[in-house]
Design a protein around this ligand. Sequence first.
Ligand code: HEM
Ligand SMILES: [Cu+2]
Length: 656
Amino acid sequence: MLDTIKDFASWFFVTGDPLIYGADVAITLSVIAIVGVLTYFKKWGWLWKNWLTTVDHKKIGIMYILASLLMLFRGGVDAIMMRTQIALPDIKFLEPEHYNQVFTTHGTIMILFMAMPLMFGLFNIIVPLQIGARDVAFPFLNALSFWLFFAGAMLFNMSFVIGGSPDAGWTSYPPLSGLMHNPGVGQNFYIWGIQISGIGSLATGINFMVTLIKMRAPGMTLMKMPMFSWSVFATCIIIILAFPILTMTLALLFLDRFGGAHFFTLDLGGNPMMYINLFWMWGHPEVYIVVLPAFGIFSEVVATFSRKRIFGYKSMVFAMLVISVLSFFTWLHHFFTMGSGADINVFFAITTMLIAIPTGVKIFNWLFTMYRGRIKFELPMMWTIAFIPCFVVGGMTGVLLAVAPADFQFHNSYFLIAHFHQVLIGGVVFGYFAGMYYWWPKMFGFKLNDYWGKWAFWFWNIGFYVCFMPQYALGLAGMTRRISEYSWDTGWGPLNLISTIGAFLMGLGFIFQVVQIATSIFKHQKDVTGDIWDARTLEWSTPSPAPEYNFAVIPHVHDVDDWWETKQRRAKGIPEAPQPQLEPIHMPKNSAIPIIMSLFWFVAGFGFVFGWWWFYVPGMIGVLLCMLARSFSYNTDYYIPVDEIKRTEAAIRGSV
Ligand code: HEM
Ligand SMILES: [Cu+2]
């Protein structure tokens, strides 16, 4: 009996590696610490009422950002471990199997559990405020999306200590990810972690699309919508069309592994290349999903800190929509080497290169906006200015990769690794950092500390070039991706060492950011204006942080940059239209169903991972019951009375 339990435990828990035991201890201690603090300060009720069951888009946004920063930490630790292993030839820090797991979890976490939620966090915090709405179109669904993301992310991360991590790359191509070559549960964690959070992502795409179409303030025609909102619009088009492909593809892969199907196997009529095509039909649009909102952020930041209207508003909108369509026609550039022949490769080479045109248009628009502007070098603007050259170089190496015959040389080499990190870090991460610094005062009512912010900025930036520039050369010298060891006679040692130093510099940059956030929380000056940057769009017309109903009176919009125009009119003393009477505000009620339903999804996912019906059957029944409970709950909204609005407004503004 004891032996059976022992056998089970050593199979169930990941064992045998000091790093993992360290993590086990750290996780247990953190959980005890969090539970202890909450209990000691009697904060459970507060946590449940104000956060875990909230449907307020601003709070959901903050939870997304918090979770994504945690995931950035995990993904970053993975990165540092890999760079340590390959800093020099013949290092024995990570075993090859372990290295495979680490690049798989790093890639998956960074894209799906770091970039996506950071993006959704910014959508949540800003979009309703920017278009003059009181919340998103479906606040309940919004909370559910967050909790589904969170359940998926937790399930995925659990593989680190229970069952074993996936190790077939973030792309998880069969046959390597198929049952025959990968019988453990790691791949199942990959499938179900992504699947559960993917449902949430799809729902968010639909939610924000409807919000942008239906909830804009009166007068805000589509062509008066702020640039960030436009970028969200373009992104949602891609999410809605692309995520179902991923869901289906992973479902088929799961059927192969779980139900003995042969969609992607090498025999019985299956074809692994089908998976690879399907994966990138989602995967390429996915990179535009994460980068378009960054473009939106840069557009806002450039206009605000150059104190000018964005140059070429219409061309900006057009460029974004063209990118969202084109992004669906380039997927094959990820496997020019598949052998589909010259004609097909040429088609995809040309579509890929075409994307450079709208992207170039945007770059010039940003530059022309800055031209002759009175530029203020605040942190968001610094990240934006750092982004431009970085993204231009990253984009141009992308065009090189799009040259199909040349790609036979570059394919799967460190040249590719350097390219995609340059656009993902220089574009996506820099963009979201710019957005986080820019809108932080809107979220919390104070600015982040400049001193530590500048340290972080320079360490990230210098670290970036030190880390990734050598990798272009390494790629050309023949170093392929996903290798954990190489010998001295390759000559790759020195450049790899430099690259690793760069990775550590970026790691320090991240630590400075943590210090920056911590010191700013303890010591800051409260912003009482609500418009700390003297900015242009509607979110800055509300107090910081905005009250739960956002706008006591819904604004009427007349211009692009409506808030800026309003301020100009006020400065000139032009009388404003009289404020209409306050009316009771219709609001959604908090709900516990999203978090409970996601918990059931988590249980079901866990059951599917191990093939244990006594988990997945109750889990799925729980999910169904939650759906029923929601369908039959009628008490889902309430009105805030005028008196209370007056009191709240008086408290935050000093007067009504
Ligand atoms: C913070 C600095 C970062 C460093 C030092 C870093 C480093 C690395 C390293 C060493 C690899 C493995 C290369 C190989 O052996 O093939 C890798 C792979 C990867 N990284 Fe990063 N990375 C960083 C940030 C990011 C970010 C921000 C993203 C995405 C938003 C990202 C996405 C990926 C992906 C998708 C892979 C491919 C994984 C695979 O081969 O399956 N990385 N990175
Ligand atoms: Cu692509």
